[in-house]
Design a protein around this ligand. Structure first.
Ligand code: A2P
Length: 327
């Protein structure tokens, strides 16, 4: 597929902007990732025609994303306006007065003037400060009382200042979304909610709720994660070994990964598969040249197990832990 064609693979956001349906995820455990791997991968992705990169300050490689974008712009391969970058506000930066300076730090790290989307990464606040995971003398993470509506107002101000074209949330449950949607004086609705979403965790209820409110779901871990047991619940089997995804793939000469990604984009869910492998970055991009039938879509929906790979159980005693509610 040529780069020009990709333009049409976008979905409209409720503020009039649009988001490319496919993005490159960039989270990779820093301890297990070679320096420069993220930068190389973003460069490869941009050369292939990816227009959307998903990152975060707390991934500790946001500077590499910025360097890759800068180099590709300098080479004349792309223009800034062709790229959609999503950045995230970390848990230690929820107090409203910290929001803009934190986004400005991200922009400095990226060497960009604006991000296309800035989202609250998690509804759970940690004690503010320079330490990302602040702990007490017993090694227990120090939580912080969060006022998500006040944080949201600070994001609205960042949009008004032009530092973020669109603003959204991540890992919010229905109650937390409603808290924002029902906020007196709400200026901008969240354009998106980034949550785990794939054929084994299809999010039917949250998806329906978000559709009703014109909020796009961005699906993280769309391939079922890297299955690193230090942070992934591996009680569900590996998604990409699923017999149905593989048999549908054979019909279209596609892989299970491509079928899993196609399933989501075909129902309007944005996907951000992470890969730092050139062949797989390319493979994940080749999902726009086939269409699943309605009955295949329904069959894949029935694979739902309602079990998360990413449970974040270590924070389940946080007052705003989002995953105890049904959705
Ligand atoms: P790698 O970076 O070596 O390609 P998710 O986006 O669901 O979190 O999945 C990311 C994991 O899936 C990473 O371990 C990534 O490894 C791997 N991966 C990415 N693309 C593919 C693919 N097309 N087929 C198989 N594994 C993939």
């Amino acid at each position: 597929m040529s780069v020009q064609n990709v333009e049409k693979y976008r979905i409209r956001l409720n503020d009039g902007n649009s988001i490319p349906l496919l993005g490159l995820g960039t989270y990779s455990m820093p301890q297990k990732t070679a320096k420069g791997a993220c930068k190389e991968s973003v460069k490869i992705a941009l050369d292939l025609g990816y227009q959307h990169i998903d990152g975060a300050f707390v991934y500790f490689n946001e500077h590499e994303v910025g360097e890759a974008i800068k180099e590709k712009i300098a080479e004349g391969k792309i223009k800034r306006e062709d790229i959609f970058y999503c950045g995230k506000l970390w848990n230690t930066c929820h107090p409203p007065e910290l929001v803009r300076p934190t986004l400005e730090k991200t922009l400095k790290t990226l060497q960009l003037d604006y991000v296309d989307l800035y989202i609250i990464e998690l509804p759970m606040a940690f004690k503010p400060g320079d330490v990302f995971y602040p702990k007490d003398e017993n090694g227990k993470l120090i939580y912080y009382k969060t006022d998500l509506c006040a944080t949201w107002e600070a994001l609205e101000a960042c949009k008004d200042a032009g530092l973020a074209k669109s603003i959204g949330v991540s890992n919010f449950n229905r109650r937390q979304l409603e808290m924002i949607l029902n906020k007196p004086g709400l200026k901008y609705k969240p354009v998106s909610n980034q949550v785990e979403c794939h054929p084994y965790f299809t999010q039917p209820k949250l998806l329906e709720f978000c559709r009703q409110h014109d909020i796009v779901i961005v699906g993280y871990s769309p391939l079922g994660t890297c299955r690193d047991e230090t942070w992934v619940n591996v009680s569900s089997p590996p998604l990409l070994e699923d017999p149905l995804l593989n048999s549908i793939g054979r019909k279209y000469q596609k892989t299970a990964a491509q079928v899993a990604l196609r399933f989501n984009i075909q129902r309007g869910v944005v996907v951000i598969p992470k890969s730092f492998n050139p062949d797989r970055i390319k493979e994940n991009f080749q999902i726009f040249d086939f269409t699943l039938t309605d009955s295949e879509m329904k069959d894949i929906e029935r694979l739902n197990k309602n079990i998360r790979y990413v449970e974040l159980l270590m924070w389940s005693d946080h007052p705003e832990y989002p995953f105890l509610d049904e959705y």
